[in-house]
Design a protein. Structure first.
Length: 300
């Protein structure tokens, strides 16, 4: 096929982009979005600071705009994210212990209920593991409420929106390393104990190369009985086009890798300022990385 979304769909997958509500009136941006992508992730609009700016008072206008734009055009939505140590509203940052735990549970219940039936996959918990060699949890106010906070978040999300797939999402987990192995062990434990988890997201913020065991890492998670998704793909560096193709090939080689999302549309939309890590240039022209990605989706 001739677009990313249609080509991925021919392989039983989706191809998505992170988008910003504030850009939905930029016609260059929206033209590319509507032509190329069949899934979206709100880049910031569903985060805790955006959806519950003061405790118990919810604000959904920007997230609703994205969901409505997507669903009216047949695009699926990845909800991002229900529980994360970053981008918490100030009131939550100052809570701890059982008060913070209840606030988290209420937040997940309210947000997942608001969007019930409209979200294909939720990133229920984002970035809860530490970098480095230990393979353990990241210290955070949520972690300090007790090690069971992640499973409580997943059970709460399942109860509020039983039809949504529930993902754990993280970065620097693209190869087999202590961090990804820590997550692997958590997922295995959740599956063994019946804690609801359906998928794992691999952010894949890369520069010039992808780990040699990227596909093997995706496959070992898939073998646990969860889907895997590439959730925040962007690739800096001069080897960009080749690395995009390699990431697509790895996903296509893993039957449970059911979708890829790039973290923005044009280079000018990227959080990686000045690194030009996306598929379209600042004017919306297709880059070599776009062609490599499309060709990889269509090969085989
Ligand atoms: O909306 C405010 C605006 O009102 C204010 O004037 C401006 C001044 O700084 O800030 C604006 O908020 C910014 C927001 O993006 C919206 O543009 C925040 O400062 C800025 O920190 C925030 O950055 C986002 C970042 O997450 C925050 O952690 C990026 O856009 C977003 O791409 C990035 O996405 C994360 C994923 O959620 C999780 N994985 C890593 C990924 C990249 O960091």
């Amino acid at each position: 096929a001739t677009t990313l979304g249609a080509s991925a769909a021919e392989k039983g997958r989706y191809f998505g982009a992170a988008i910003a509500a504030g850009k939905l009136n930029d016609s260059n941006y929206v033209t590319i979005l509507n032509r190329e992508f069949n899934s979206v992730t709100p880049e910031n609009e569903m985060k805790w600071d955006a959806t519950e700016p003061s405790r118990g008072s919810f604000s959904y206008a920007n997230a609703d705009r994205i969901v409505s734009h997507a669903r009216s055009r047949g695009m699926s939505v990845r909800g991002h994210t229900l529980a994360w140590h970053s981008q918490q509203p100030g009131w939550a940052q100052s809570l701890s212990g059982s008060t913070l735990r209840s606030a988290m549970v209420n937040h997940i219940t309210q947000v997942a209920t608001h969007f019930r039936g409209q979200i294909y996959t939720w990133d229920v918990v984002n970035e809860a593991f530490a970098d480095g060699g230990g393979g353990g949890r990241r210290d955070s106010n949520l972690q300090r409420t007790g090690n069971d906070w992640i499973e409580v978040a997943f059970r709460t999300a399942r109860a509020a929106d039983p039809g949504a797939k529930l993902c754990y999402n993280d970065y620097n987990t693209d190869g087999i390393n202590p961090k990804s192995t820590g997550i692997y062990n958590m997922v295995a434990d959740f599956k063994a104990r019946g804690v609801p988890i359906d998928c794992v997201g691999f952010q894949s913020h890369l520069t010039n190369s992808v780990p040699g065991d990227y596909q093997a890492n995706l496959q070992r998670f898939a073998n646990l009985g969860v889907d895997v998704q590439i959730t925040e793909l962007d690739i800096a560096g001069s080897n960009q086009a080749n690395v995009y193709a390699s990431v697509v090939n790895s996903c296509l080689a893993v039957s449970r890798c059911n979708g890829l999302t790039v973290w923005g549309i044009r280079d000018s939309d990227s959080w990686r300022t000045g690194q030009n890590p996306l598929l379209f240039d600042g004017s919306g022209n297709k880059k070599a990385a776009y062609t490599a990605t499309l060709n990889a989706l269509n090969a085989g």
